[in-house]
Design a protein around this ligand. Structure first.
Ligand SMILES: [Zn+2]
Length: 201
């Protein structure tokens, strides 16, 4: 997910992680982020059966791509890898806040309350549009050591996780935009094709 200009930095929930990398942008990160129109973004991701050093290496590479693009969330399908893996960091300006790594995330509950919020996506650079989603969720996942974890996020973290989990199912935030006039205009202005949107019915 990309930060919209109106968003203030919000502290992420701090948690211990064994993944420590610099948040400084790299000139050319190894994993390229694919953009709207590329069919890799539409392919669903598979569960990770074993969380090992290879996965942790992938996590580091994804973090480099995310930090280099100044994003706050990235899903593996965005770099062409169809595994159920997300990296999130809502506090990218602060070098001491660890990123959140979510492996095989599963939403087990949604709040009845909903919220409208402006989203952006590293795969659709420049496009920022309102999306309606539940304001909080319940989540099961594994961390980067394969340990089962639970989380009940709200606010920006709940928003970001829902956005990134959509990527695991080949869904993009523009598919959920309800203001079709704004959608068409924003896509055009940023060089994207409206035909690449697959509206959620
Ligand atoms: Zn995205």
């Amino acid at each position: 997910m990309a930060r919209s200009f109106s968003q203030l930095a919000i502290n992420a929930e701090k948690q211990r992680t064994s993944i420590a990398i610099s948040k400084n942008p790299l000139e050319k990160p190894e994993l390229e982020i694919h953009t709207l129109g590329n069919s890799v973004l539409r392919k669903p991701a598979k569960r990770i059966s074993k969380v090992d050093a290879n996965i942790r290496d992938l996590v580091k590479k994804m973090l480099h791509s995310m930090y280099s693009a100044k994003g706050i969330g990235l899903a593996a399908p965005q770099v062409g890898i169809h595994k159920q893996l997300l990296v999130i960091d809502l506090d990218i300006e602060n070098p001491t806040t660890p990123p959140i790594i979510l492996i095989n995330p599963e939403i087990t509950g949604y709040s009845a309350s909903i919220e409208t919020y402006e989203e952006g996506c590293l795969s659709i650079p420049g496009v920022y549009l309102n999306v309606i989603r539940p304001s909080s969720i319940k989540l099961n996942f594994r961390d980067e050591m394969g340990r089962p974890k639970k989380l009940n996020p709200d606010g920006l973290l709940a928003r970001c996780i829902q956005h990134e989990m959509d990527h695991l199912n080949g869904v993009l935030f523009v598919d959920r935009v309800t203001n079709l006039e704004d959608l068409k205009k924003e896509l055009k202005e940023n060089g994207f094709n409206n035909k690449d949107v697959m509206p959620i019915q």
